[in-house]
Design a protein around this ligand. Structure first.
Ligand code: AHM
Ligand code: MG
Length: 316
């Protein structure tokens, strides 16, 4: 089944289907650009360059943002908020749905040929003015998903009836369903965290990770393995496929005292997909989807994945 037919079957709103199709077309374009670059030609924000003709080459994250916006302009979306822009963009229509996106997640991996991706969330406007619509909590999402530009270009998506995985058939230019009703295994022996920040962790994170590391001889009585890609989309992709727990907690660094990831562009869309796949997503105290949004670019701790481990973290 391709994405169009999946949406026809599962999405109750034509406007949502149409927005998802636009985002899928944007992702195909971004994927093609990434794949057509010469090795190591890709550039991230820190590194704006001149090309051979002396033109300024835009960083890939900015190009991705522009591509998404251009596709959304032709869709029924009423507004667009992006991690790459300060405020939201009013698309000047009276339609019902707004879009959030992290156009190219995995900033530290853009230049090094490691999986990166696009994360999105679609919310109902609920008849609110845009400035209020954009700060609704994650429970108002109608669809969310992320594309991974990796060995394959894939899409994890929910329209509120389970989480499904698609892969891009490059010849047909279509996303084809690979797996429906994804279930994140409730138990796992794999955790994902940037362990270099150990000295900044709070007592909960320190206790939880130490007990995982103590393995069979510790209180958990089983051995754990660790993975950290450094692209949320890639770590999430692994967890949806075989389980695991991902942790980007708050820590003692001033900049990251509320975590590093963005609530609206990253944590909410991932949490919606995770809950639809029988997993759990928390900031350590509350479910991500229940968190109040005070401003568009708000950061949040994000711990998600296999239910049993998320619970264990909260108990630590
Ligand atoms: P980005 O949106 O600028 O790419 O930042 C988010 C990324 C996530 O993809 C990843 O999980 C995390 O930041 C990596 O952070 P760190 O480099 O601190 O390990
Ligand atoms: Mg990101």
């Amino acid at each position: 089944m391709d994405l169009d037919n999946y949406l026809l079957k599962n999405s109750k709103e034509d406007q949502i289907s149409s927005i998802v199709k636009s985002l899928a077309n944007a992702a195909i374009k971004i994927s093609n650009i990434i794949r057509s670059l010469k090795p190591y030609e890709s550039i991230s924000k820190s590194d704006t360059k001149l090309n051979a003709d002396g033109d300024i080459q835009k960083p890939l994250d900015i190009i991705s943002d522009e591509i998404i916006l251009n596709f959304l302009k032709k869709s029924p979306a009423a507004g667009y908020a992006s991690e790459e822009q300060e405020g939201y963009i009013d698309l000047k229509n009276n339609n019902n749905f707004i879009v959030f996106a992290d156009p190219l997640d995995g900033s530290s991996n853009i230049d090094v040929n490691v999986s990166i991706g696009t994360i999105f969330s679609i919310m109902s406007k609920n008849k609110l003015p845009l400035e209020k619509a954009f700060i609704q909590n994650g429970n108002h999402q109608k669809s969310s998903g992320f594309f991974v530009y990796g060995p394959q270009t894939t899409l994890f998506i929910t329209v509120g009836v389970g989480t499904s995985l698609f892969a891009l058939n490059e010849i047909q230019g279509k996303f084809i369903l690979i797996k429906d009703n994804i279930t994140i295994p409730e138990t796992t022996t794999e955790f994902a965290i940037n362990a270099a920040y150990r000295r900044f962790w709070d007592s909960t994170t320190l206790k939880y990770i130490t007990e995982c590391q103590n393995g069979k001889s510790g209180s958990r009585k089983k051995n754990f393995g660790m993975r950290w890609v450094g692209s949320l989309v890639a770590d999430a992709s692994r967890i949806f496929n075989r389980g695991g727990i991902f942790l980007y907690p708050s820590d003692m660094r001033e900049k990251y005292k509320n975590g590093r990831l963005r609530l609206t562009y990253e944590a909410n869309p991932i949490a919606f997909l995770v809950e639809q796949a029988n997993g759990a997503a928390t900031n350590g105290h509350k479910n991500i989807l229940d968190l109040e949004v005070n401003e568009l670019h708000q950061r949040s701790p994000l711990i998600f994945g296999s239910k049993e481990e998320v619970l264990e973290y909260k108990k630590s």
